[in-house]
Design a protein around this ligand. Structure first.
Ligand SMILES: [Zn+2]
Ligand SMILES: [Zn+2]
Length: 301
């Protein structure tokens, strides 16, 4: 593993540069699905990555036909903004039960492609009642990944990702303000799955954090720990022999890390797919004494 220590960079998204970047609902999961398939080629976890590509394609199809759901009204949006609260909070915004229909449909679609242990899990999901599924959803949205139903978590989470993405893309960016905690999504308050250094036009070289739930991205200056905001004890670690597309930003202030993707190295890199294709980096960073700051909802360690 190679380690580079880098000093704090105060480059800010200012002026006309957007603080928020909402996902494109027509492309987000479709491109993620293609990226999973590309990363699977020659990979030791190819079957699993291909299956996640199928799952992501099912997410794409669900999102294209997702019902339009109510959002907070003007008064509520202003209340949230003034109190530093996310408008479609993962844990507080009422969850329309339609997400369970999405989960059922996802389970049905995936059954034909799933390896046998996952087939058992998908069958079980389809027989669970609403209360049991809502309890697992509560657990996922609190970031807890234990318990007897842990095998069902990636599927429940996949349906919740579609649900929250459908809400996020309808938000007016002017209604969303940065939170006091820069490491939480300003839309839903969930944790970032990874950071991404973009290469598109005016926002080239800026770092955005990518929400693990609603897929919104928000700006955080580079070389800053997303967990504790430390800027001077940051280092970047990557696997020897890799092209450096994915690096772990480690912090010696809080001993946590978040992966960062560099789009200049791979323009099609995706925060969810590239994260899961580089679990070897997590093992090395874990051995070096750092805890992962946030989960990837499609994977239960
Ligand atoms: Zn979010
Ligand atoms: Zn830190």
């Amino acid at each position: 593993m190679t380690t580079e220590a880098i000093r704090h960079d105060h480059t800010q998204a200012s002026g006309t540069l957007p603080f928020l970047r909402f996902p494109d609902p027509a492309r987000l999961f479709l491109e993620r699905s293609r990226r999973f398939a590309a990363l699977a080629e020659g990979h030791s976890l190819a079957d699993w990555l291909l299956f996640l590509g199928r799952l992501t394609l099912a997410q794409h199809e669900l999102l294209q036909a997702y019902p339009s759901l109510p959002l907070p009204d003007e008064a509520a949006l202003s209340f949230f903004r003034n109190h530093g609260l996310p408008p479609i909070s993962a844990t507080a915004w009422p969850r329309d039960p339609c997400w369970r229909e999405a989960l059922n449909s996802l389970a049905q679609t995936l059954m034909a492609h799933a390896p046998s242990p996952a087939q058992e899990t998908l069958k079980r999901i389809r027989t669970m009642d609403g209360a049991a599924l809502e309890a697992i959803a509560d657990q996922v949205l609190r970031g807890e990944f234990g318990g007897p139903d842990r095998d069902s978590i990636p599927f429940v989470a996949a349906a919740l990702q579609v649900h929250w993405t459908s809400l996020a893309v309808e938000l007016d960016p002017r209604a969303v303000a940065p939170l006091d905690t820069p490491g939480l999504c300003p839309c839903c308050g969930f944790l970032p799955v990874a950071g991404i250094v973009r290469m598109d036009g005016e926002i080239a070289k800026l770092r955005y954090l990518h929400c693990g739930l609603c897929n919104t991205e928000w700006h955080l200056e580079r070389v800053t720990c997303a967990a504790c905001r430390e800027g001077n004890r940051i280092a970047y670690r990557y696997l020897d022999g890799c092209d450096g597309t994915v690096r772990a930003e480690t912090c010696d202030g809080c001993k946590r890390y978040l992966k960062i993707l560099y789009r200049e190295k791979a323009p099609e890199a995706d925060p969810v797919a590239d994260d899961l294709a580089t679990l070897a980096l997590d093992l090395l960073v874990d051995e070096a004494g750092y805890d992962r700051m946030s989960p990837n909802l499609l994977f239960v360690p």
